[in-house]
Design a protein around this ligand. Structure first.
Ligand code: IPE
Ligand code: IPE
Ligand code: MG
Length: 256
């Protein structure tokens, strides 16, 4: 699939001409079940999940989404998954970051990682830092990957780094001060959060940024997440009425 030669999404894959989310989040869940259903090792589900992620980023560009943030590994996963599964995930992530340089250039993806990155293996930290450095000038799509990420950990880290600091701050200044100490202060609030795999929970993802996110849950397992599923989520979003506490019924938060 190439951005320049493709004619774009088919009618079925195309979202309505309404409002699209500016910042789209994914809790990419269901890799293990996808593999178990096929009597494959869980790790095979993660490999397929990485492929689904590649395809999703192409779709995000086609649909002119500005920013995408994906949950790859939670702080709880980091503590509770087997050594073998974690090692596979670290190697898979590092491998993709090392291999996808051309794709990131072609799609003009600006890559960022968020989480307690310092606890990750050296090879993965190096791959993350290199990818961040080499893609920092790309203007097509900001793609953030949450690795060893927890919403509570992010808030705790922000507090402990002085984000809660100055007692003379008043009202919204307090929130602005804290937000400046989050992992990526440039990251905007989520407009739409999609979770695959059927569970209806946040599992500690982007607690700060999802305050007013529209939530979309689908039973589709992440490795099966297709162009049609992507368009269905955008279609649903375009029908939501976002009020942010007001009484107006206009949809806002993204681009028309
Ligand atoms: C999500 O898939 C990816 C990670 C948490 C690393 P899971 O591994 O949670 O897959 P299921 O939920 O067991 O199917
Ligand atoms: C959330 O999925 C984390 C990622 C998708 C990376 P989990 O599979 O860890 O969530 P729970 O345990 O079902 O809540
Ligand atoms: Mg899961």
């Amino acid at each position: 699939m190439s951005l320049s030669s493709d004619s774009g999404p088919s009618a079925e894959e195309r979202p309505p001409a309404g409002v699209r989310p500016g910042h789209l989040g994914f809790i990419m869940d269901g890799n293990g079940r996808w593999a178990e259903q096929r009597q494959l090792p869980r790790t095979q589900g993660h490999a397929e999940g990485a492929e689904a992620l590649r395809q999703m980023l192409r779709l995000a560009r086609k649909h002119h989404i500005a920013e995408v943030t994906c949950f790859a590994l939670s702080t709880e996963n980091f503590e509770q998954r087997s050594e073998e599964e974690l090692q596979f995930l670290f190697d898979l992530l590092a491998h993709h970051l090392e291999q996808e340089r051309e794709e990131m250039e072609r799609l003009q993806i600006c890559f960022r990682a968020i989480g307690r990155l310092q606890e990750l293996p050296r090879r993965l930290i190096d791959a993350i830092e290199k990818a961040q450095r080499e893609t920092s000038g790309h203007k097509g799509l900001v793609f953030r990957l949450a690795v060893n990420y927890g919403g509570r950990a992010e808030l705790a880290d922000a507090f402990c780094s002085g984000g809660a600091g100055d007692p003379s701050l008043i009202g919204a200044q307090k929130e602005t001060a804290l937000a400046a100490h989050l992992y990526d202060p440039a990251m905007p609030d989520l407009d739409l959060l999609v979770r695959t795999g059927g569970e209806m929970r946040l599992s500690n993802f982007l607690l700060w940024h999802s305050s007013y996110a529209e939530l979309y849950f689908t039973p589709v397992l992440w490795p099966d997440f297709s162009a049609v599923d992507f368009a269905a989520a955008l279609e649903e979003y375009s029908r939501r009425s976002r009020r942010f506490g007001s009484v107006s019924t206009t949809t806002s938060g993204g681009d028309a």
